[in-house]
Design a protein around this ligand. Structure first.
Ligand code: SAH
Length: 347
């Protein structure tokens, strides 16, 4: 007999196939799928419209593997961060950012990260392992279940938490397909954004496979500067990155989001702003300027706000949509680049 399968890590089609093999009618799949992804139950026993006998049969082949909430902190600005403990005790963080018209969940794809970007706190941790499909999907399920009682809802998902999603390609693609399922979590392709530091060989593939929004962590427009800020640039330089992004199949009217962290004296000059405008020529783009979020031990310094405003004016003045990102969740270390997945940093 094959090993037990985690219910949140399979696609509806797979469940259907297995139950077909048992001689069950397709509506059984519908029922179970709805318990897991809509009613958000955490055990087979809660599926009360299934006979006791059938539930026992299910238990012999399936299980839940919902991560345990080790810590939950809420920011003054209502942002919520959870530290989740996985079945092997590894921990990851996820962050919920409520806004007037939506609720965005920032999801992790790896425990730690292999990219070592020196301004990113996650980057100070080595890669421990990739997350499994169910560990990615469960972040959305846990957040939805937790937020329900507060009248809040996850409407958008950004793969911008810990890790580089394109270095965990197969699991990320499958997890996103599960999130897209219209009878389940039902988060549309327009509501999902994958953020990458620029894993060029996988960039076009992910556009073809998923059709979700793309965000790219650019941070510099000169190779010598980017080599330092995003060491992956030594493998896939700015030229290669631009070629790949130009080939990204953008669905009608959508733009690529470029993330640009503002670091004092490093990438925030007028020349950098002009270079950025030049680099983005020919690509439907939106620029997110991210004020650097400092963390204990970092030697990087945030650009002064006047500098950021001047940079925005120059880039925005060229016709590019340019937004200065809020520092949401700063007081609970939930802002960009502050996720480390350990309790150690919290007093
Ligand atoms: N590996 C992916 C996703 C994770 S990071 C990527 O590189 O895109 C999400 C965003 O936060 C990235 O743009 C990252 O460069 C940025 N970031 C990391 N540390 C930061 C910090 N301390 N302050 C502001 N932004 C940061």
């Amino acid at each position: 007999m094959s090993a037990s399968v985690c219910l949140t890590g399979i696609r509806r089609e797979e469940l259907l196939d297995i139950l077909n093999g048992w001689g069950e009618k397709p509506f059984r799949t519908k029922q179970i799928w709805s318990w897991v992804h809509v009613k958000l139950v955490a055990s087979i026993d809660e599926m009360t419209d299934l006979s006791k006998e059938f539930r026992e049969r299910l238990k012999s082949s399936f299980h839940f593997c919902r991560p345990r909430i080790r810590l939950r902190r809420q920011s003054r600005d209502q942002t919520i961060k959870w530290l989740l403990e996985l079945s092997d005790q590894a921990c990851v963080e996820m962050v919920f950012i409520p806004e007037v018209d939506r609720g965005t969940l920032c999801v992790s794809s790896q425990v730690g990260c292999s990219l070592s970007c020196p301004f990113c706190h996650t980057g100070t941790r080595r890669l421990e392992r990739n997350l499994k499909v169910e560990e990615i999907v469960d972040q959305v399920i846990v957040a939805r279940a937790e937020l329900q009682s507060m009248g809040l809802r996850v409407t958008n998902v950004v793969l911008m938490g810990m890790g580089e999603p394109l270095y965990n390609y197969e699991s990320v693609v499958k997890a996103v397909r599960i999130m897209l399922d219209a009878n389940g979590l039902a988060i549309g392709t327009r509501k999902i954004t994958l953020s990458t530091a620029g894993v060029v060989p996988k960039l076009v593939a992910v556009g073809r496979d998923l059709g979700v929004n793309l965000a790219v962590s650019l941070h510099a427009v000169r190779d010598d500067v980017r080599d330092r800020l995003v060491p992956l640039n030594k493998k896939f330089n700015l030229y290669a990155l631009k070629q790949a992004v130009m080939a990204y199949p953008l669905k009608g009217g959508r733009r690529v989001t470029w993330e640009y962290v503002m670091l004092d004296g490093i990438n925030d000059t007028d020349d950098d702003a002009r270079g950025l405008v030049h680099y983005l020529k020919g690509i439907p783009s939106k620029v997110n300027l991210i004020p650097f979020n400092p963390w204990p031990g970092t030697s990087f310094v945030p650009s002064p706000m006047e500098r950021i405003l001047r940079f925005q004016e120059m880039v925005g003045g060229s016709g590019l949509v340019t937004v200065i990102r809020d520092r949401r969740g700063e007081d609970i270390e939930a802002a960009c680049g502050q996720l480390v997945g350990s309790q150690g940093v919290h007093p």
